[in-house]
Design a protein around this ligand. Structure first.
Ligand code: PLP
Length: 471
């Protein structure tokens, strides 16, 4: 058969629309979408036919079922939710690609109430006058952190941008070379500095910066001294940095504000739970830092937000900056943040109520027990799976506590008749995607980031994936 002859056997759009499977699809899928996918499928096939080689031409035939299956798969993919729940079996608690901090179950009704109803977002109910969306959390943040005032913007990158743009526009900001952090997603301190029109003055060296380096760099055009918490890396060995206390003391002497980008926003001392020391917001406030910025959805465990706390004088200036309006947070962010911060009013059980903190501090005993339960359930799945429990480490993730190795138990799974990559891919493409790690020739599931309620789905998925691939 020559190519033109093959092309003449291509089905028409109408022909495909009459197929039973497509008619079934049309019951729940918009017609124009299905027509578009049919047109695309036919066009793909036409291009493919034009490319086929001489040898292939001989016995080439068009498989109509293959075309309709493609149309069904693509149309369904389009009508299903793309942004949806997944099961995180990686053991990385703050997984940036999987949405970072989880919002506490305790507050879900509060969020829905504000999302689906009118709310007090910008009304002061006692006076009936216009209020500010920030007021819902300002008193809470002041109470919890001890700061004079607070402001909330979209994320911490925005908080740093607003702070520098307000305090240091067209002036100099002094930063240690050991703190020129890159966070990922192109957030680099030097770049943010440039965006905010502040001039970066680097001092010291990568591993050592002394007080005299700051002293020597201060001049009339200095707007601020900036300290950046190296949240996602550690410089170890022959090192020296100027403590926050010393820096604040110098700031007072030379009459320049001290700004700190704290990153993680921890509000409790994690050492109580056997986790490496991570500087808390309260300590920075107490040290006298003028402006402190941190994330809402890292170790604080709330919605994506950039929180700025500090001296009222500077926060007032930022409120007047037109950029604040552009960085304004949504009511969903605000309600999740307020409700999460309220959980911090009871510091004794906050760790059990905020998922991020609960997962990071879960005891080995509890993890071991839970992994045995999941192991027992997976073991009942018939067919070719080799399952074990072994020791491993979970990570905090999200660029927080980079050196922390949380001891954990993981379930390892391999199969005699399915490759590990196929197994991983199958689980990832399941209706509720299950994200696992591959180590050697096994997949790994870390129960630290898996909720007990998710065991059922994991077993269903394993069963279905193993079955489908065997078939
Ligand atoms: C994470 C981080 C940021 C960026 O915060 P986002 O909330 O992701 O915008 C900035 N600075 C430091 C030190 C961080 O750790």
């Amino acid at each position: 058969m020559n190519k033109n002859k093959i092309l003449s056997t291509l089905p028409s759009i109408d022909e495909l629309l009459c197929r039973d499977s497509i008619r079934e699809l049309l019951v729940k899928t918009p017609r124009n979408l299905v027509v578009r996918e049919i047109r695309n499928a036919i066009s793909d096939l036409r291009n493919r036919i034009l490319e086929i080689s001489e040898e292939e031409k001989g016995n080439y035939h068009i498989d109509i079922d293959k075309i309709t299956n493609k149309v069904i798969a693509r149309s369904t993919k389009f009508t299903n939710m793309n942004l949806k729940k997944v099961i995180n079996a990686t053991g990385v608690v703050l997984h940036t690609n999987l949405g970072r901090a989880l919002i506490s179950n305790e507050i879900k009704e509060k969020i829905w109430d504000v999302a689906a109803s009118y709310s007090t977002l910008e009304m002061d109910i006692s006076t009936g006058k216009r209020g500010s969306r920030y007021d819902h959390v300002v008193e809470l943040l002041k109470f919890i952190t001890g700061a004079e005032d607070a402001l909330v913007v979209n994320n911490n990158a925005a908080a740093v941008l607003l702070t520098l743009g307000t305090i240091a526009k067209d002036r100099e900001v002094i930063v240690s070379r050991g703190e020129l952090v890159e966070i990922g997603g192109s957030f680099r301190i030097p770049d943010v500095m440039e965006q905010s029109n502040a001039k970066l003055v680097e001092i010291g060296s990568t591993n050592k910066t002394h007080l005299k380096d700051y002293v020597n760099a201060v001049n009339d055009n200095t707007a601020a001294l900036l300290k950046v918490h190296t949240s996602n890396y550690k410089i170890v060995g022959f090192t020296d940095e100027v403590s926050l206390k010393e820096l604040v003391k110098l700031g007072r002497e030379v009459n320049k504000p001290v700004i700190e980008d704290l990153g993680s926003g921890v509000l409790i001392d994690l050492r109580k739970y056997g986790i490496t020391y991570e500087p808390t917001v309260q300590e920075s406030v107490q040290a006298g830092v003028d402006v402190i910025t941190f994330s809402g959805d890292k170790l604080l465990g709330a919605s994506q937000a950039g929180i700025i706390v500090g001296k009222k004088y500077y926060i007032d200036k930022m409120k007047k900056n037109p950029l604040t309006r552009a960085l304004r947070v949504d009511k969903l962010t605000m309600v999740a943040l307020e409700a999460t911060l309220r959980l911090y009013l009871n510091m004794d059980d906050v760790v059990s109520k905020i998922p991020t903190l609960r997962m990071i501090t879960e005891s080995t005993k509890s993890i071991t027990r839970r992994s045995e339960v999941l192991f027992g359930r997976i073991k009942q799945i018939s067919g070719g799976l080799t399952i074990n429990i072994t020791d491993d480490f979970s990570q905090v993730g999200g660029g927080s506590l980079p050196l922390e190795k949380l001891t954990t138990k993981v379930i390892t799974i391999s199969s005699s008749n399915i490759s590990t990559t196929k197994l991983e891919e199958g689980l990832r493409n399941y209706e509720t995607p299950i994200i696992t790690r591959i180590q050697g020739n096994k997949i790994i599931m870390d129960v630290r980031t898996i909720d007990e309620k998710e065991y059922e789905v994991i077993c269903e998925a394993l069963d279905s994936v193993a079955y489908n691939i065997r078939r």
